[in-house]
Ligand binder design. Structure first.
Ligand SMILES: *Cc1c(COP(=O)(O)O)cnc(C)c1O
Length: 421
């Protein structure tokens, strides 16, 4: 469910025409719907109503401060995977007590920052990391609350590159080492075990592997309690899929929540969730302008002004995005088959292959749908293209929440060695 619809023949975000934003800010540009972000946060919160539950939005899906502040106002906490994301979350007003720190390779400086902020929990992924965290915690006179991210050896996720819970993935402590790791925590100063953490992948379109993983985690919680550990929380990660095509049918948050209710029933656990994509994914589009059509043997290349540096998902995960013309067309308009490609000097710079679209001409605008998560956060200045701007819409108003840098800003961090100047 999202708030991008045609009104008066033009695609709108809430009550603002995408053309209005494109005329003002230029293209390419990301446009986010505050109403969609809020709606998703509320649907999830409502689904877990009555449970002790922290919704720690996964900042890596979309970490723009305007997005974070919108979600903070809904009561969301944050799941961060770097010191930078931690500072973003804090700057957006998310209290440290609602922040969990995940990630397989935290530095000492990041650990120190998180300890000084007093975050809710560290999710640790190896006994080596545990040793370093203990040293850092002792050096600042604090105790780190930790959960061990376990690898339940369950396959899930929409693409091999976003599956994380299978034995052989770099993530988590191997299932059979989990109890030993908790025994190590009990003997180590500066760290205290409070929970168990699991995150098995992203864009998961089936409840069954999640249930299998979470049931395994519950047996581990019981074992750990029998071993004498005070396990009060489970962090069940993120990963719920979203519809990228009209035929996709991921489980609704209500079914996901019902499953978690059943699995955690009677365990007396605080449940932490780390949803990212399901909150931000369908809340954003990338608006791009068609440059021209380049006919080629057996193909029409539709060149657009956005590139893989602006939206990496198709190149990185062979991801599908629906692409809609901003100017509405009739249902029976003749269709033309296009390869929709960007200007980057890479063959992977392709948003869609053999896509049937109404006839597009240079100057027409297109909206790449469902680009709110893992879109702008993955953008770069490759090919010396300015970082893509971001706009937040709320009802009939909009604001630029990251502007496009000018050329001087793009090169501002570079300096000439004195032997060249
Ligand atoms: C990426 C990630 C998430 C968010 O995943 P989504 O699929 O966007 O919900 C949550 N937790 C961890 C540890 C992650 O790495």
């Amino acid at each position: 469910m999202h708030h991008f619809n045609y009104k008066n023949g033009r695609l709108h975000c809430e009550d603002v025409a995408l053309d209005t934003i494109a005329d003002d800010v230029g293209t390419p540009v990301y446009v986010y719907s505050a109403a969609t972000l809020r709606r998703h946060a509320r649907v999830i919160a409502d689904a877990f109503d009555g449970m002790s539950c922290l919704i720690a939005y996964s900042v890596k899906a979309n970490g723009n401060l305007g997005v974070l502040k919108t979600l903070a106002a809904e009561g969301c906490g944050a799941d961060v995977v770097s010191g930078g994301e931690l500072m973003r979350a804090r700057k957006a007003g998310i209290p440290a007590s609602k922040i969990v720190f995940s990630g397989v390779g935290k530095t000492r400086a990041e650990m120190r920052l998180a300890l000084e902020e007093g975050i809710h929990q560290f999710n640790i992924e190896s006994s080596a990391e545990l040793g370093v965290l203990s040293e850092v915690a002792k050096s600042v006179g604090k105790t780190a609350r930790v959960a061990v991210r376990v690898n339940p050896d369950v396959a899930a996720g929409g693409h091999p590159n976003i599956s994380t819970g299978k034995s052989g993935d770099k993530f988590g402590v191997p299932w059979n080492d989990a109890r030993t790791t908790y025994a190590q925590i009990a003997e180590t100063d500066g760290v205290e075990a409070v929970g168990v953490d699991v995150h098995i992948g992203s864009q998961i379109d089936d409840i069954a592997p999640m249930r299998a993983a979470f049931e395994k985690v519950m047996t581990l919680v019981k074992d750990l309690r029998n071993d004498g550990h005070d396990i009060r929380r489970v962090d069940l990660g993120g990963g719920l899929g979203i519809p990228y095509r009209s035929t996709d049918n991921p489980p609704p948050p209500s079914a996901y929540a019902q499953m978690i209710r059943e699995v955690t029933e009677g365990m007396g656990l605080e449940v932490i969730l780390e949803p990212g994509r399901v909150i931000a994914g369908n809340a954003g589009v990338l608006v791009t302008e068609a440059l021209f059509v380049k006919p080629a043997p057996q193909r029409n290349f539709l060149m657009v002004d956005a590139g893989m540096n602006d939206l990496m998902r198709p190149a990185l995960y062979q991801a599908h995005h629906d692409i809609l013309p901003v100017r509405e067309r009739g249902a029976d308009d003749e269709k033309v088959r296009y390869d929709i490609v960007g200007p980057i000097c890479e063959s992977t710079d392709k948003f869609a292959a053999e896509r049937d679209m109404p006839c597009i001409e240079g100057g027409d605008r297109l909206a790449v749908m469902s680009a709110g998560a893992y879109g702008a956060v993955l953008s770069s200045q490759y090919n010396a293209r300015p970082l893509v701007p971001e706009v937040l819409v709320d009802g009939d108003r909009y604001a630029v929440i990251r502007r496009r840098p000018d050329f001087d800003e793009m090169i501002a961090l570079e300096s000439m060695p004195d032997w060249l100047s």
